[in-house]
Structure formats: structure tokens, C-alpha cells
Design a protein. Structure first.
Length: 579
């Protein structure tokens, strides 16, 4: 089921209750010189501080961002929770993604090239961008992150296969290349997704890295900070989890100024590199007060009663009635938008389940089809999504060039009689008279689904799925787990069945991570084929060799990521989704 979320944008270029998206959001952002902007202003919040003039803090040719609606005014403190780190604070990456969710646009980098063989990605940074402490951004900052962290065996004991054998090469202060052992043209997609994972201020973190600091000095320095390793310190610091995170410069619109056990306080970055069409240095909001709240229910209550100025990530579809009640009180405004998920629920059967009888059942298409058509998606849409959802199979998002309607509607029609017939055909019959089917040998057939109830309304969906499957004789048991247990049991192949949400289904994400369809990885979000994935990752040294059909998917997955022919990429992607 593709569903709705609360507080955000809609996929169709129009926000619920807002003006249409500006055309500028679909194109490379213009610069001040292109717009004829020669005069720049700053927020009064910065007046009286010992800072250079605003024009000296901006890059040589600032990026101009078109606001939604009208030009904003400075001031205010935004109240959010730390759960919104993916939605409210901006994260500045080398490139960014167009509002069409398929086009890569310049950001910190003004241009880039990919070599004809796909093995070299070269970036050219904008001139004059500075970290929040005023230090210039250079190639060295990117190469520090890539060579000294990503490729460092202490910091990254297991190298990402996509960058194994790679190296970052400096050309000058503003130009550098990522050089790969194998074609990696989709690395530019990563450069548009990840912010401080791609770049960290070398001038700051070099004091916590053994390549640049004497090991004995480093050990004492890290120990004095309460850490047992430099790797743990850098990881926690860059994620904003420490009091010391306030000391780390940033490229984002707001910088951390205080961090304790209850909240993170941010203030505007005086060196932020973007302006609006009036020449006002962004952001508009001066401060952000981000409270640490672990309970989804508390967050929903805070949002519905106007205690937060923005909330989205932890709000769920089932929260809409309460939020709408708060809206009627006049304290908040609720915007409902369509998520960029193709489905809220991805039911993952473990094809390598420890019980060989269950693994054999999962592999049989008739069983999978029976479970799918036993689900009444139209009823779920009315009961859970207020009729605003779209019944859909797990596939690419409709905005994607990989999408085909027949992929989305395959085996989604509600037909419990046909489901029962298919299960009978598999010799799964109720031999005890309790309405539930047993294996052909008469032993109990019980499936346990373990999952985290987060981001999408998984638990209330699965309550209905459990009832639908029970109606055709399948005994499903549910078990909620936390994130650590989900990851551990997934990696160990212990879960018979688990759930995720189809969140990597756009033109940018699907080619990089076709993991809902291709057995190449196992993790908290993917547990359909742990043994086949290990076989793939170790090139056959460990794990179990997959059947030929699954092996073909692995080969297509490799081609999807490495081909330089875009038409072939689409063809291969559709082959994967069709399988």
C-alpha cells in the first residue's frame, strides 16, 4: 500500500495547501551573478558579532534559492525534535536531487564529470565556500573523508564493495577525483545523498586521526574525552551526538552551539553559502531548538498541541485524526503528502529460513501468490489510509522510468477463494479442524513475522494481514523487536519473515540499491536471502550458491550499477522488477 504522511511535500509538484513548486527547484540553482544580485544582507541576529562583512562570508558567486511562495523574513526559533534530523535541517552534499527525484543538480560542487569508462568521477567545487568557522572548503576535506575514513581499515573494517580498491586524487584546492577499480558511474548519486559522510572539516578532525596526530597523543586525547577509540569519537561527533559536536564546523545552514542529554541547540551558520532572490543570506530562521524525545506518542501529542513548529518523520498515518483535531483548535496546520515509497509494507520471506520446509514453501510461487491475493488491499486503504492510499505491489515508484503499471498491480486483486485453491494444491490442509492449515505431514504450519513498527504504520497493517491470512488457513504470529535485535537476527538469518517499507524505489535510489529484488545484501532492512547474499559478497567462499534465477538477478544488479548505457540500465532494471 502506498500511503500518506503528515507535514511535507506532495510528489506531484503541488503541496497540500501550498503554492505550486517553483520551476527553479527542477533546474540547477542560478548564482547571484546570473540573477544580477550585487548587494547582500544578513540577519539582524548576527549584528554586533566579530564577523567579516556578509559579502566576504559568502562564496565568490553565491547560490540563489527560490523560496516557496514569497521571500521570507529573518528571525525566530524553530522547535522540533531530534527525530527530524532527516527532514528539517538541511544536509549539504556535493550535489543535490531535483524535485523530479531523478535529476542530479549542482550544490557544493558546481560541476562534475564521469569518465567514459565510469571509473573516474571528478568534482569541481564552488570557489569561496567556507566552513562555519570561516575556514575555506577545499578538496582536502573531501579526500580526508574518503581516503582517511571510508578507506581506513580501522574506521571502516569492511570496505563498501562499491569503493573497494578506490582512491581519492587531488588536482588542486577545488578539483579532485574519485578513482575506482571498477566502473562506478552511479557514485554521483551517492554524492547527491550524503552530506557530512562525504565531507568533514579536515582542519578539525585531523587532531583526532592517527595519520595526522601522534598515536600516543591521540590515545590520551581520546581517553580524556571519554572514548576508547578515535573511530568512535569521530563517528559520534560527526553525527552530532556529543557536547564536543558543537566544536565541529559545518557547511549546513545551522550549526550546533549546545548539546546535552535533553536537547540540541542550533544557530544560523554565518558563512552559509546560499542567498534568496533579494540577496538575503539564508537561512531565514535564526535558531533551532531540537528536543530529544524517544516516544512516538509523546511526539504526536506535542505536534497536535502546538508544542512543535515542525514535525513529520515520526508522525504516522494513524495520527492524522488527532492532528486534525489539533488543527481545528487553530494551533497547528496539518499537510498530508504522498511518500516516495512504492509501498508502506514490504513483506520479506526468508528464502534461506532455518526450517527447510518453510524455505521450500516460500520458494513456491503458488504460496507467495496465495498470500498476496488473500490480502484485501481496498479494505486496508479505507480502514487505515482514509481512502487516500493506492493499493500497489512492491515495485518502482510511479515517478520512476523503471515503473510499469503491470508491475504495480501484479497479484494485488483480492481473491481468497483462489488463495485457498492454491494452498490446497500445495497439500496444505486443515487436518486438526481448527481452521488453520498444517504441512503435508500433519505438523503445524506457523509463521512468525518479526519487525520494527516505525516510519510507516506496520503494526496496524499487519493486524489486518494476520486476519486475512488466518481466513485462508495460514497461522501468522507477530513479534515486535527493536532496531538492534532486528539487525542481529536479520544478519544471522534467524527471522522467518520480517518487514520494511519500499523506500529505495526512485530513479536515484533503485539502481544503487535494488535490494528488495536482488540477493546481494542482508541487514535490518533486508532479510529475504542471507545465505545467498553472503555467497555473493564473498564471491562464493561462504554462504549458499543461489538458484540460477537468483544468480541472474545478481548479475543484472551488477550491470544496473555499472553500465554506462542509460537505456540498458532501464532495460535491466525492468528485468529485475519483472522477475
Amino acid at each position: 500500500m502506498a500511503a500518506t504522511h503528515v507535514a511535507g511535500n506532495s510528489e506531484g509538484g503541488m503541496q497540500d495547501g501550498f503554492a505550486p513548486w517553483p520551476t527553479e527547484w527542477f533546474e540547477p540553482a542560478p548564482t547571484a551573478s546570473q540573477k544580477g544580485i550585487t548587494r547582500f544582507t544578513q540577519s539582524p541576529y548576527l549584528e554586533g558579532r566579530d564577523l567579516p562583512p556578509v559579502e566576504d562570508r559568502l562564496p565568490d558567486d553565491p547560490v540563489v534559492i527560490q523560496p516557496l511562495g514569497e521571500t521570507g523574513t529573518y528571525g525566530g526559533t524553530a522547535r522540533i525534535t531530534t527525530n527530524e534530523w532527516l527532514t528539517f535541517p538541511n544536509v549539504e552534499a556535493p550535489m543535490t536531487i531535483s524535485a523530479d527525484m531523478r535529476t542530479i543538480l549542482p550544490n557544493l560542487a558546481e560541476s562534475w564529470e564521469v569518465s567514459p569508462d565510469g571509473k573516474v568521477v571528478t568534482l569541481h567545487l564552488r570557489s569561496g565556500i567556507r566552513w562555519s568557522d570561516g575556514t575555506p572548503l577545499t578538496s582536502d576535506d573531501y579526500l580526508f573523508s574518503f581516503n582517511d575514513l571510508w578507506l581506513n581499515s580501522e574506521y571502516s573494517p569492511v570496505t563498501d564493495p562499491a569503493i573497494e580498491g578506490a582512491v581519492g586524487v587531488r588536482h588542486d584546492d577545488l578539483a579532485f577525483s574519485y578513482v575506482f577499480a571498477k566502473p562506478n558511474p552511479l557514485f554521483v548519486y551517492r554524492l547527491a545523498q550524503y552530506g557530512n559522510f562525504m565531507v568533514l572539516p579536515k582542519h578539525h578532525y585531523r587532531h583526532f586521526h592517527p595519520t595526522y596526530t601522534n598515536r600516543e597523543v591521540l590515545i590520551k586525547r581520546i581517553s580524556d574525552l571519554g572514548f576508547i577509540s578515535w573511530m568512535a569519537f569521530i563517528e559520534a561527533s560527526r553525527r552530532g551526538r556529543l557536547e564536543q559536536s558543537a566544536e565541529a564546523p559545518t557547511l549546513d545552514a545551522h550549526r550546533i552551539v549546545q548539546r546535552d542529554l535533553t536537547r540540541i541547540l542550533y544557530e544560523r551558520n554565518p558563512y552559509y553559502f546560499k542567498v534568496d532572490p533579494a540577496g538575503q543570506q539564508l537561512p531565514y530562521i535564526d535558531r533551532v531548538d531540537s528536543e530529544i524525545v524517544d516516544s512516538k506518542e509523546v511526539i504526536t501529542t506535542m505536534a497536535s498541541t502546538g508544542q512543535l513548529d515542525f514535525s513529520a518523520y515520526e508522525l504516522r498515518t494513524q495520527d492524522i485524526p488527532l492532528l486534525k483535531l489539533g488543527e481545528r483548535g487553530g494551533g497547528i496546520k496539518v499537510h498530508v503528502w504522498t511518500r516516495l515509497h512504492s509501498s508502506d509494507i514490504v513483506i520479506q520471506m526468508n528464502f534461506n529460513a532455518k526450517d527447510p520446509r518453510l524455505a521450500e514453501l516460500y520458494w513456491d510461487f503458488r504460496f507467495r501468490k496465495a498470500l498476496s491475493i488473500a490480502i484485501d488491499r481496498e479494505e486496508m486503504n479505507e480502514l487505515i489510509y482514509f481512502g487516500r492510499g493506492t493499493p500497489r505491489q512492491v515495485t518502482a515508484h510511479p515517478s520512476s522510468r523503471f515503473y510499469e503499471p503491470r508491475f504495480a498491480t501484479a497479484h494485488t486483486g483480492f481473491d481468497p477463494d483462489e488463495a485457498r485453491r492454491l494452498l490446497d494444491e500445495l497439500a496444505l490442509r486443515d487436518v486438526t479442524g481448527d481452521g488453520l492449515r498444517e504441512y503435508p505431514d500433519g505438523s503445524a504450519l506457523t509463521i512468525t513475522v518479526e519487525y520494527m513498527d516505525w516510519e510507516t504504520p506496520k503494526a496496524i497493517n499487519m493486524e489486518l494481514v494476520e486476519s486475512y491470512w488466518r481466513a485462508v488457513g495460514i497461522d501468522l504470529r507477530q513479534k515486535l523487536v527493536d532496531s538492534s535485535l532486528q539487525a542481529a537476527r536479520a544478519l544471522a538469518g534467524e527471522m522467518q519473515m520480517t518487514l520494511w517499507h519500499a523506500d529505495r524505489v526512485t530513479d536515484i535510489l533503485f539502481p544503487q540499491s535494488p535490494d528488495f529484488w536482488v540477493p546481494r545484501r542482508t541487514g535490518a532492512d533486508m532479510s529475504s536471502w542471507p545465505e545467498w547474499s553472503v555467497w555473493y559478497q564473498t564471491e562464493g567462499r561462504l554462504g549458499i550458491e543461489p538458484p540460477s534465477a537468483m544468480r541472474q538477478l545478481q548479475l543484472w544488479g551488477d550491470e544496473l550499477r555499472t553500465t554506462m548505457d542509460e537505456a540498458r540500465r532501464v532495460e535491466v532494471g525492468k528485468n529485475i522488477l519483472r522477475s
